[in-house]
Design a protein around this ligand. Structure first.
Ligand code: RIB
Length: 287
């Protein structure tokens, strides 16, 4: 069976729930605080590994307590961590999250995630080959995305790029990846001629996620694969769950519409619990 290789960030999330957002220079009282494991790469790896075997993560942690917790959590979730680096004299990534009115605001400090460079990643890819799916996001250096994509094309591997958070990317990368999965606001920033035109320009490649409404792609005409509505506790990690589940469905060779439906369903479960990975579903729940 082919492998899913997530190349991306890992972090410890520091989460505050509040009913009031502070203005500049203001102090307000929050409701609660917790820490948990996160990072878009690690979240997507955990989401995929709860639904399938053979999920590997390539990334980096610092030589601190947080790094130990990140690795232990990946292993407890069935993610193979053979290719996770521990960077000496560096801290692990952190994400500082405010939960306010059913939505989140996030500041990421990449730290060790800045060490996920082509020099470190490309040699590890020799273990993988044709048919394997690489899943990447935008919390690691941009040149890593570019060089990994070139490597994947040369070696007949498939790439899902989840361009989150938004940053400008070369059109050449979009052309080379197999699938790209921005949300609506990332799509508007990425494609200057608008989302409808972009969907048409990249049929069966561009998949635009719309939260609970579902996801869109183009196949002769614009397709909306409807989402599933669930009671929202915390939306953090819903996009990551979508991407991890999409990778699983695609490696199982499900047709695109079915794969997107599977990913929508997984994403809908993830909003029902606190924390990015808290309510990511297991296979038996989805089946
Ligand atoms: O997508 C959600 C993730 O974004 C959080 O877990 C946080 O770590 C940030 O990277």
């Amino acid at each position: 069976m082919e492998n899913i290789v997530v190349i991306g960030s890992s972090s410890i999330d520091l989460v505050v729930k509040t009913d009031v957002l502070p203005q500049a220079g203001e102090t307000v009282m929050g409701n609660s605080f917790f820490t948990t494991t996160g990072g878009k790469g690690a979240n997507q790896a955990v989401a995929a590994a709860r639904l399938s075997n053979k999920v590997y993560m390539i990334g980096a942690v610092g030589d601190d307590k947080n790094g130990k917790q990140i690795i232990e959590n990946l292993e407890q979730n069935n993610v193979d961590t053979t290719f996770m680096d521990k960077i000496e004299n560096e801290t692990s990534g952190t994400a500082h999250i405010t939960l306010f009115e059913d939505d989140n605001r996030i500041i990421v400090v990449p730290a060790a995630n800045n060490h996920v460079t082509p020099e470190k990643v490309l040699p590890k890819l020799e273990r993988f080959g044709a048919g394997d799916i690489i899943l990447m996001q935008h919390e690691i250096p941009e040149h890593t995305i570019k060089e990994v994509t070139d490597y994947a094309v040369k070696h007949d591997m498939k790439v899902i790029l989840n361009p989150a958070p938004y940053r400008n990317i070369d059109k050449e990368i979009i052309d080379k990846v197999t699938w790209i999965t921005p949300n609506e606001s990332e799509s508007e920033l990425l494609f200057e001629n608008g989302v409808d035109e972009a969907l048409k320009a990249y049929p069966r490649k561009l998949i635009v996620t719309k939260g609970a409404a579902g996801a869109m792609f183009y196949n002769d005409s614009q397709q909306l694969v409807k989402g599933y509505k669930k009671k929202v506790v915390d939306t953090t990690g819903a996009g990551d769950t979508f991407n991890g589940a999409l990778a699983v469905a695609l490696i199982e060779n499900k047709p695109l519409e079915e794969a997107v439906d599977f990913a929508n369903l997984a994403g809908s479960f993830s909003v029902t619990g606190l924390g990015a990975q808290g309510a990511m579903p297991y296979r038996k729940e989805l089946d």
